[in-house]
Design a protein around this ligand. Structure first.
Ligand SMILES: NC(=O)c1ccc[n+]([C@@H]2O[C@H](COP(=O)([O-])OP(=O)(O)OC[C@H]3O[C@@H](n4cnc5c(N)ncnc54)[C@H](O)[C@@H]3O)[C@@H](O)[C@H]2O)c1
Length: 344
């Protein structure tokens, strides 16, 4: 049976758009890029041209195109909620880059709107789509009782990577809004339907090029005495990426996002060329995640089993980030706020 390609509009043609465009090429003919949107029309045109797609300065114009079935929102975080709401209202399926909204209440509103309209709302938690995480999730029931989880994802960004990073306020959050969604999506994945009973968060800012926190440590108490710690940083030149799960029968570890070990047994290793130097930014080819993510979004649209976080599940994560940000502000505002540098 011939399946028609899903007509995709890409909204936001900045840094991460190249990864999404390469995923569209990889997933042809499941998807076809039919429109691009960016207020910077030069960027929108450059993205559209190789695909023979149309380019627009505003999303509303693109939504009028009859061949747009789905929208991939990769604009700055502050635009996600309004754009997703409009796209859902126009009856389009949406894949929204993380975070899908700035607050849990907004995310819930999107989830309810998508359910009422009968479209897919999926969150771009890209890194759940790699072979190591997938195998971990498949094998999880065989590892015994999960006791605790440690996640540590420390990278180096030397100041804002896009101008809007510098404008993020302490209330909106920087690393807690931009990077924590990846780590917390992993936590939510392994914890299933449970949310933390208690949490403690400390955050700090080390760099002066932005206003909000660039380092954070979180401690969560989950039901059934399970505990989780998460450390994220934008200040570590030697990239460090570990996810360790402690079970009553042993330890599972994902290293550098690509290698999965169960006790001394190597269960998953990266394909050739994926991991060149895990200690360096850019020392890992991430394109396979974006391609797998788009494939899963396609399955969700077609009503098939899929691995995308969608609807209420996607919204629940933003509710958790609300709680984390609230705690960070409560405990750590003195080491985040701009005044700290004046004092030092
Ligand atoms: N999944 C991942 O691993 C990953 C990695 C990086 C970024 N991201 C997310 O992707 C999003 C974009 O990040 P980026 O680093 O590419 O930012 P960016 O600033 O480089 O790109 C954003 C683009 O959106 C455009 N834009 C601004 N307002 C717009 C509007 N109203 N409509 C359409 N386009 C608009 C800008 O002109 C820019 O070209 C962010 O939400 C970020 O959190 C995800």
């Amino acid at each position: 049976m011939k399946v028609e390609p899903i007509g995709l509009a890409l909204v936001g043609c900045g840094r991460i758009s190249a990864a999404h465009l390469s995923a569209v090429i990889d997933q042809a003919p499941l998807f076809r890029l039919v429109a691009t949107v960016d207020p910077d029309l030069t960027a929108a045109r450059a993205a559209a041209e190789p695909f023979g797609a149309k380019s627009f300065a505003s999303m509303v114009e693109a939504l009028d195109q009859l061949d747009v079935d789905a929208v991939l929102i990769a604009s700055p975080n502050g635009q996600h909620f309004e754009q997703a709401k409009i796209a859902i209202g126009a009856g389009k399926h949406v894949l929204v880059e993380k975070p899908i909204a700035e607050t849990g209440a907004q995310a819930l509103e999107l989830s309810e709107a998508a359910a009422a309209t009968g479209v897919v709302l999926a969150a771009g938690h890209t890194f759940r789509h790699g072979p190591a995480v997938r195998t971990l999730m498949e094998r999880l029931p065989s590892f015994g009782k999960l006791l605790s989880v440690e996640v540590s994802q420390c990278v180096f960004w030397d100041g804002p990577q896009a101008p809007w990073w510098a404008d993020r306020t302490t209330e909106e959050g920087l690393i807690l809004s931009l990077f924590a969604p990846h780590a917390l999506d992993f936590v939510q994945l392994v914890m299933g339907g449970d949310d933390p009973l208690r949490l403690h968060v400390e955050a700090a800012r080390h760099q002066s090029g932005w206003q909000a926190e660039d380092e954070a440590m979180m401690l969560f108490a989950y039901p059934d005495r399970k505990m989780v710690s998460v450390h994220i940083s934008y200040n570590q030149p030697h990239v460090h990426d570990r996810k360790t799960l402690f079970f009553d029968q042993g330890v599972a570890e994902i290293r550098d996002g690509e290698l999965l070990r169960w006790n001394n047994e190597l269960l998953v290793e990266p394909a050739a060329g994926i991991l060149t130097d895990s200690s360096k930014m850019g020392g890992r080819d991430l394109s396979h995640y974006f391609s797998a993510q788009l494939a899963e979004f396609g399955k969700a649209i077609r009503g098939e089993p899929h691995c995308c976080p969608t609807g209420d599940d996607a919204a629940r994560l933003i509710g958790l980030i609300d709680r984390v940000r609230e705690q960070a502000l409560l405990n750590s505002v003195d080491v985040i706020s701009p005044s700290i540098e004046e004092k030092n």
